[in-house]
Design a binder for this molecule. Structure first.
Ligand code: MG
Length: 453
């Protein structure tokens, strides 16, 4: 049985993820962690309270007492779990997925998301139904608390903005609905908020912030003539940006620009990102004295590697940025505030800072492949690529198979959910990207034939 994925448990409410399962996750987590106290928060989804109640029943039946924090962004729950020295934290969210989804993400006492090993241990208890339920005298207690202040104070203490930025904040009716406008205001910004009512039906836009879902924000930025638009995903661990001309800011480019700023400030240091991120990050970070380390896709892997390498900054080009001076959970509000600070430091606006980052063409293609053969196909494709692109400069098998070439790179990875193997190519030029993909696709077709689909 596979309950937990790379971001905890996630699925369609009442089919993949039921209240019964949430209760079992609660008691199994209480048993595995032996936690005395847990913090529980949720995003704005309609199913949030149902799952929260079930999860808490399970936790308390396993002997863990619970503090209900209400609706909060995921990073704030992670931050408070560490700050309040709670033994474990639970976030009920499906992040950027639509309303019909929900999920449960678990954090340990240092604010890091549960890794595969811990998740497997919880899963095993559920699989074997080996729940240990407490004697009636030892069930956990239940309380309600509002701890937003601690997070607000931490940000106010660490971050100063000198300019009076006029920004439009778009929480998309998600978990940042109150904290994002409040924090920006407290830091001296002139804030116009849109979609800032908590509503897990996400009536205004998709909870996944991207160029498509933020067209209204972009229009508002243009019409009101403000400095920037700041948007967050459903649970607030991702941020996306609109520049003052009303253009969506490319995720790869702004990640590289901010990483370059961090390295320039320190003169050296490590930046962590995943195998899928554009090579523009190396082009920006290396000449400034920094080093880029790449990991498997997924913010849990990035956090773990950042801890290991004492990295200064890390992130993925979906807007999930990790700032280790605060904590190791991607944090959308913090990212937007720190980005404004970086713009002040560089004396540039968003469009200007991003214009310094080269943009390389990316081509993606998918190839049908039966689920049970995906891993084998990726391995064979990797070997085939090594001979097709025999003058490759570097090879990595951290996640799939990634070859660095003279004029770009290519990556072959199994899809996590679909019967597909995906090839991604980035080239110095469109021509180079096309040529690499052509050669790659040819050998994929040769390899996969009829046996794999
Ligand atoms: Mg998220």
């Amino acid at each position: 049985m596979k309950l937990f994925g790379s971001s905890g448990v996630r699925g369609l409410v009442n089919s993949d993820l039921t209240a019964v399962m949430a209760e079992q996750i609660g008691v199994a987590s209480a048993n595995f962690s032996k936690a005395r106290e847990a913090l529980v928060a949720r995003d704005t989804r309609p199913s949030g309270l149902m799952l929260e109640n079930a999860l808490i029943s399970g936790l308390e039946s396993g002997g863990t007492s619970v503090k209900r924090l209400g609706i909060l962004p995921t990073p704030v729950l992670a931050f408070l779990t560490k700050k309040k020295k709670a033994d474990i934290g639970f976030m009920i969210t499906a992040s950027h997925n639509p309303s019909e989804y929900n999920g449960i993400k678990v954090f340990n006492s240092d604010g890091l998301a549960y890794n595969q090993k811990n998740q497997n241990a919880v899963e095993k208890i559920i699989e074997h139904k080996s729940f240990a339920r407490m004697d009636w005298k030892s069930v956990g207690h239940d309380s309600v608390a509002n701890e937003d202040k601690l997070y607000l104070e931490a940000i106010e203490k660490e971050i100063r903005l000198n300019k009076k930025w006029h920004v439009i904040v778009d929480p998309g009716c998600g978990a940042t609905f109150s904290l994002a406008p409040t924090i920006l205001q407290r830091l001296g910004c002139k804030v116009t908020a849109m979609n800032a009512q908590p509503d897990g039906w996400f009536p205004a836009r998709s909870p996944e912030p991207n160029a498509e879902s933020l067209t209204l924000l972009a229009e508002a930025v243009r019409m009101l003539g403000v400095d920037a638009g700041l948007a967050y995903d459903g649970d607030g661990d991702r941020a996306a940006f609109i520049d003052k001309k009303g253009c969506f800011v490319d995720f790869d480019q702004v990640l590289a620009a901010y990483a370059a700023h961090v390295i320039s400030e320190k003169g050296r240091g490590t930046i962590v990102t995943s195998v899928e991120t554009s090579m523009c990050i190396e082009r920006m970070v290396e000449p400034r004295g920094g080093k880029v380390v790449r990991t498997r896709v997924g913010d849990v892997h990035i956090s773990e590697m950042m801890k290991k390498t004492h990295a200064l900054f890390g992130g993925e080009p979906c807007g999930a940025w990790i700032h280790p001076q605060f904590h190791y959970c991607p944090d959308g509000i913090l990212s937007s505030v720190l980005l404004l600070g970086a713009l002040e430091g560089e004396d540039k606006d968003l469009a200007e800072i991003v214009a310094e980052v080269p943009k390389y063409p990316v081509i993606r293609r998918s190839f049908g492949c039966r689920n049970e053969l995906k891993e084998k196909a990726v391995k064979q494709a990797g070997e085939a690529f090594k001979s097709v692109f025999h003058s490759y400069k570097n090879v990595s098998t951290i996640d799939g198979f990634r070859l660095v070439l003279e004029e770009g790179w290519l990556l072959v990875r199994a899809s996590g959910t679909e019967p597909l193997v995906r090839v991604t190519v980035e080239g110095e030029s469109l021509n180079a990207a096309k040529q690499i993909m052509e050669k790659g696709a040819e050998s994929m077709k040769k390899l996969l034939g009829n046996d794999y689909s």
